[in-house]
Design a protein around this ligand. Sequence first.
Ligand SMILES: [Zn+2]
Length: 424
Amino acid sequence: MPVLLKNATYIDWKTLEFSHVNILIEKDNNPVQFIENIRQVHDQPDLEVLDCKGRLVTKSFAVGHHHVYSTLSRGMDAPKKNPENFFEILKYVWWTLDKCLDLEMIESSALVTAIACAKAGSTFVIDHHSSPFAVIGSLETIAKAFDKVGVSHLLCYEISDRDGVNITREGFEETEAYLRNHQGLVGLHASFTVGNETLNQAAELMTQFNSGIHIHVAEDLYDQDFCLRNFGKRVIERLNESGVLKSSKTILAHCLHLDESEKDIIRNSPCWVVQNTESNMNNNVGRFNGAHLGSNIMLGTDGMHSDMLQSAKAAFFAGQGFDSINYSSAYQRFRNIHRYLNENNFNGDCENNLIVLDYNTPTEINRDNFCGHFIFGINSNHINDVISNGKIIVKNRLIQTVNEAEILKVSKECANRLWKKMAI
Ligand SMILES: [Zn+2]
């Protein structure tokens, strides 16, 4: 069913130009049309009309690095041992949690995440998934849940040697089965949990499916120390030698602890870096600095939440006095993901993905000061309607595609079950 956004104040997300228009959006990948005479299109029998009443309309957002698997952790008890460093955070929190996940919990986590993303304005999510005792079918489960909500996706399973050879093998099986039928990436946890055999096999799979690798890189100094100790080289050198940096689809999450030669390698490669500011602050692993990393930097949430406007603000504030980031480069990093998705021909991020903002500002908003409003004014509470692939999935702040109350009821049951399992 085509959608007409009547009386919109459209902001072109690239040029930030404002125009007062009526926008006709179709489901397939046709570009949106700006309509002068809306009487003509009103004759279409199945047209859905949304009167924007002059509200701001712009392209929807996308998440560069997310973790569906951590969704049910909100409010859970502290781990058995208080983690004293990054490795212990993984061991006592995330690697305890992910081992307890079953497919029902994964489905619930994915539904909740997709709803949260949609309501915060994101219609596309790049996810990095882990569930070592429910590997097989996990990606298909997440994909179906995202499809149900109407959020597009680029998924991967984070293959790792940390749980033994059988689980590594299942990680490859799941990845291969998924890539046969879907767009996706080859996931690796991080250099320090991936041996050479697994890294080379992942690189081969990446080439076979013309895909990319999605991996955590130098999130903590531990990753570099481990690599130097065990492989006699730095993380980016190791990844570069395996060939995984050759793909423009490859995503390197974090990249906090790199030396200049590693930054040179990244800057001269076609791959992408994802900044996850709040997660870095939460884990006390360091701060992100985009200097010398080139222009392929996008933003993620690292599973902390699903609100990309919040991620952009955090990147801006945490970068003051450390990273060379201003209003406009924060906006650029926030929007770079569209370039990643479109240059690599991934489906699901065409121009028929839009949001309507109910943003009544006390000061004027225009092309010249938009980025100031982006940092200090606009937040996800202003997102009134969301159109994903030409379909209205959020209307008047309510999700239209699924029963949110029912999904949250199930997710609470799943979380209780997960927490009990983790305590054993
Ligand atoms: Zn992550």
